[in-house]
Design a protein around this ligand. Structure first.
Ligand code: SAM
Length: 265
């Protein structure tokens, strides 16, 4: 069921239009986005990396909500580890891929077509809320998002965010040991990507240009939104990732590419 989306205006664009545009964008990408194979999961593969597995802890018997789940790979890993999982996304074709993989693996995941800014009221009482890898950049209003999620956690519930670093979002490699600033760290909304390397890989294979509206949420904005929502930030780790600064050389080890944050109610 598709949840209602409110019509407030965000950076000159009606929120409902942002959601509609982004759904169209992700649906266009869907046929080329299978995610991990069924065999990957059946042979013991995990869609969460080692740092994420530590951050989420033992999920057996826990109620987990994954936001912007795409084709459901991380949701499948949670289910394989014994969690009771709800996974939401805007794009119905991505969700259909996730459902097919869950069925093939004999796993139960409640995949729902929902705007993560307008979740159904029954999506509450979660021990863990998880979002990752190009999820938070689709949130148009971080303050409202954080306040809503805080209400949907159990009293000891944890929010885990594992994401591209906002500094990486605004830097472009132009040669060995050379970076330029191609985006704005302080202004969230952006239409498309100034640096194509920041866009999903498959957009480079699309015949037609599809528009999207996404947001670079800097760490100050994120911390402020979480704290204003009454959440306590428990950890914030930043990691280098040489592949994400391809061509930069050894200097890639000295700047952040990703971050992992945990917060509790
Ligand atoms: C890069 S993918 C997320 C990646 C995912 N963690 C993974 O590793 O596959 C971004 C997803 O966000 C979804 N999305 C964008 N805006 C959304 C919204 N307002 N509510 C829910 N999902 C949204 C898109 O449909 C897309 O599947």
């Amino acid at each position: 069921m598709r949840a209602a989306t409110d019509r407030r205006t965000i950076a000159g664009m009606d929120r409902a239009d942002v959601v509609a545009r982004n759904r169209q964008y992700w649906e266009a990408l869907a046929p080329r986005r299978p995610g991990e194979s069924v065999e990957f999961f059946s042979s013991g593969g995990s869609a969460l990396n080692e740092h994420e597995l530590v951050a989420v802890g033992d999920v057996r018997g826990r109620r987990v909500l994954q936001l912007a789940c795409s084709v459901g790979d991380e949701a499948l890993t949670f289910a394989q580890r014994g969690a009771d999982v709800v996974a939401v996304d805007l794009a119905p074709t991505h969700l259909a891929t996730g459902r097919a993989k869950a069925e093939a693996l004999g796993l139960t995941v409640d995949f729902r077509e929902q705007d993560m800014m307008a979740l159904e009221p029954d999506l509450a009482g979660f021990d863990l809320i998880f979002i990752s890898w190009g999820g938070i950049c689709w949130v148009p209003d971080l303050g409202q998002w954080a306040a809503d999620l805080a209400e949907r956690l159990t009293p000891r519930g944890v929010l885990v965010i594992s994401e591209h670093h906002p500094l990486w979002e605004v830097l472009t490699v132009t040669g060995e040991e050379t970076l330029t600033v191609s985006g704005d760290y302080f202004t969230a909304a952006r239409d498309g990507y100034a640096d194509p390397a920041k866009a999903p890989q498959i957009t480079r294979e699309l015949d037609a240009q599809v528009q999207s509206r996404s947001y670079v949420w800097n760490l100050g904005a994120l911390a402020s939104a979480l704290l204003s929502a009454g959440l306590t930030i428990r950890s914030l780790q930043e990691f280098p990732e040489a592949d994400m600064y391809a061509g930069l050389g050894d200097q890639a080890a000295h700047i952040p590419a990703t971050y992992l944050l945990t917060a509790t109610r």
